[in-house]
Design a protein around this ligand. Structure first.
Ligand code: NAD
Length: 306
């Protein structure tokens, strides 16, 4: 089978080596398309591919139209909002992600971001500590659970909400379940956001939730910028000069936010949550193994477009 690895932002060399080994040992041919300038190059490269591994690369309807032999796309990572699922399904293409493979990297970044904001972006002004505070985990999936564990170890009280995980399971994992997203925000000194970007969640965190947070609260977003209502965030930061916002990756109105709110806002210039060598290798190798399992055993365990 011909497997295309299409990465505008390439995997680390060690990951590429490991991915190649797994795929080639199973009899596949590997084609590498790295740092390509735009969709035209991806459209050309995908013409005879039967499988594709991507990172944040956009797999649009046009790309899928240009790939008549394609059977499977694996997004090496957790979020899969960069793949047009409806178009993939219409073409009979299986889409998978590699859940859990980069979660620790993202969870460590979330904790680092909390402390960074509490210490005024590492400037000398008097800061605050995280120990003894309450953290609300919004969506208790792979990343959320790990943030909870790490926060607990650092002496925070952990609250969590997830519409698809029963309260008992959240409690078993060591967090205190709360009844609603509104209750989570109103009760948490930090809220760490881990919801996926879906039609229901896009723009769902806005003025009302943010201004309901206690005095001195910090909103930490390592999920997707799209889940934030940016106008609502801006107004909330205006009306509540005690609140801070930190995010991986920059909102569209970041320049305006920086100018108005200075050290109270921080955004990474490029999404970097999963950008560790460990996560890079884990997600890449998992993607390669999933492609081999798909072609040899018909395994679709991680399919997201059922
Ligand atoms: P996950 O799939 O393990 O967990 C997501 C959780 O969200 C699940 O527990 C699910 O029940 C819950 N959920 C699903 N739909 C929801 C909805 N409509 N409202 C509220 N909750 C909902 O994913 P994860 O690995 O924990 O990652 C979480 C998100 O973080 C991803 O979707 C992705 O967007 C983002 N992410 C960012 C980076 C980064 O580099 N910053 C890296 C990995 C993941």
């Amino acid at each position: 089978m011909k497997v295309l690895i299409a990465t505008q932002k390439p995997f680390a060399a060690a990951a590429v080596k490991g991915i190649r080994e797994i795929l080639e040992n199973a009899g596949n041919e590997v084609v590498l398309l790295e740092k390509y300038p735009g969709e035209d190059e991806l459209v050309a490269a995908v013409a005879d591919a039967e499988a594709m591994i991507v990172r944040s690369d956009k797999v649009t309807a046009r790309v899928l139209d240009a790939a008549p032999k394609l059977k499977i796309v694996v997004r090496a990572g957790a979020g899969f909002d960069n793949v047009d699922l409806a178009a993939a399904t219409a073409h009979g293409v299986v889409v998978e992600n590699t859940p859990g493979q980069n979660s620790n990297a993202v969870a460590e970044l979330a904790i680092a971001m909390m402390i960074f904001m509490c210490r005024n972006q590492f400037t000398p002004a008097t800061g605050s500590e995280i120990q003894g505070k309450r953290i609300g985990i919004q969506a208790f999936g792979n990343v959320g659970r790990l943030v909870g564990k790490k926060a607990e170890a650092l002496g925070l009280k952990v609250l969590a909400v997830d519409p698809f995980i029963p309260a008992e399971k959240i409690a078993e994992a060591g967090a205190q379940p709360v009844g609603s997203v509104a209750e989570l925000y109103a009760s948490s000194d930090f809220v760490s956001v881990h919801i996926p970007a879906t039609p229901e969640t896009i723009g769902s965190i806005g003025y009302d939730l943010i201004t309901s947070m206690p005095k001195g609260a910090v909103l930490v977003n390592t999920a997707r910028k799209e889940v934030i209502d940016e106008a609502g965030l801006e107004k909330a930061l205006e009306d509540r000069p005690d609140i801070k916002y930190v995010t991986d990756v920059a909102p569209d109105n970041y320049a305006a936010l920086q100018e108005k709110f200075g050290l109270r806002v921080f955004a990474t210039p490029k999404k970097m949550g999963a950008q560790t060598s460990e996560a890079n290798v884990n997600a890449g190798l998992a993607a390669a193994r999933q492609i081999v399992a798909f072609f040899t055993e018909g395994c679709t365990r991680f399919q997201v477009n059922r």
